[in-house]
Design a protein around this ligand. Sequence first.
Ligand code: FAD
Ligand code: FO1
Length: 445
Amino acid sequence: MNPNRIRILQNGIEKSGPVIYWMQRDQRVNDNWALIYSLKKARENNTPLIVVFNLVDNFLEATFRQYDFMLKGLKEVEASLHEKNIPFYLLTGLPEINIPKLIDETAAGLLVSDFNPLKIVRSWKRDVAKKINIPFHEVDAHNVVPCLFVSGKEEFAAYTIRPKITRLLNEFLDDFPSIEKQNHLSKQLQKNDWQKVYEQLRINFDVRKIDWLIPGEFQAHNQLAFFIESKIEKYNEERNDPTKDAISNMSPYLHFGQISAQRIAIEIQKFNGNEESKNSFLEELIVRRELADNFCYFNNNYDSFEGFRNWAKGTLNNHLKDEREYLYNLDEFENASTHDPLWNAAQNEMRVKGKMHGYMRMYWAKKILDWSISPGKALQIANHLNDKYELDGRDPNGYTGTAWSIGGIHDRAWAERPVFGKIRYMNYNGCKRKFDVDKYISINS
Ligand code: FAD
Ligand code: FO1
């Protein structure tokens, strides 16, 4: 494993007790560098490994829809870890209380976690680090090229990060070792009480679970195989048409770490067909996705107007007082009751299915800017709805997607117009030229 994936969050001498892997973002057993590293450390120190997930209530507006997807995936993680003789603890409550307590109870010698650029998770880790006196290591198991190795600053756009990633790709795009069965056992393997976990959830149950996409590591690999077998050939041609089933549906699995982006890249590279499709897919999967992690790590205001660049703030402020043709509040947006059937269809797709097509996400967010009282309010509404309904919401990709649409992040200035200023504009007629708008509306009404 490339040592540049590892970052020391807290120094110290490793003690002889178990290694604890606090699984957070990368909720899978295979192709997981953080688990591979934890096992290596456990082997070197001749000590057992314990894997723990800390469940919190109300994570960034998540509802039953997303908790259900995540918990089903974690149940599979438990079964796969047990096959390898590795215990899996599901703790509920605050991580800054639970993780130090577990370290004390097990007399652990080393804490390992995976990498996540979101503020909430970074603050959990800071609080845990303050309370423990063993070393704490972080492994970037999510990005192909580790976020903090590829760049030490907020990147300007895809064109500035792309050459940095490309230069390092061969170094990091190596295959994964498989996880061997462990000899060490700290305790008997005990299953978590999943029914009790569900019963104790204190979350919003109004947003229902979905059944068109089956969660978990196993299904993530099946979906990937299906995409490569049946869809990728036409990906480049059809990916911007929301009436076609051309995209991979990998985002919910990637969001919960149920599949590794590096594994997807390895499998896609083997594809022998349409080169343009292959390259455009890898561009999204690697460059755009890793640019989003870079944005959220280096820009503390990734989810507010203050995070926009000066040119964008300036031009949006210049148009703050422009008359809006339509003005809606959160309820009207949420209930899909705008004047625009195309926008309403996109909102319905997200509310019902839990995954809006990627092309429509741009139109959807830009129209929230068009019809809100201010760009700051528009961003807040877009993030709130995205986080509440999307299976893949609460993710760096989401915060970057809304900031791109509303605040021109990673984009350039365009011709000036009302409300948007120099932020790139999109409209109904543009969509009409690209795809069968009526068909999309009838599918999602
Ligand atoms: P595919 O086209 O098959 O792409 C494969 C993978 O590439 C995706 O799973 C994703 O990891 C990556 N990818 C594709 N497009 C982008 C992109 N524009 N930026 C970064 N990575 C990308 N993505 C999320 O994962 N979560 C979100 O909450 C989210 N919210 C968005 C909100 C807005 C307003 C916008 C404009 C974009 C948002 N995106 C989000 C990015 C993108 O739309 C989705 O990743 C994509 O639609 C997911 O579907 P897929 O996996 O079938 O896509
Ligand atoms: N991460 C946790 O460590 N504990 C949780 O209880 C938790 C809940 C959760 C619910 C919905 C959701 O979309 C994500 C959730 N996450 C949780 C985090 C998630 O796994 C990702 O690490 C982040 O969203 C960043 O992509």
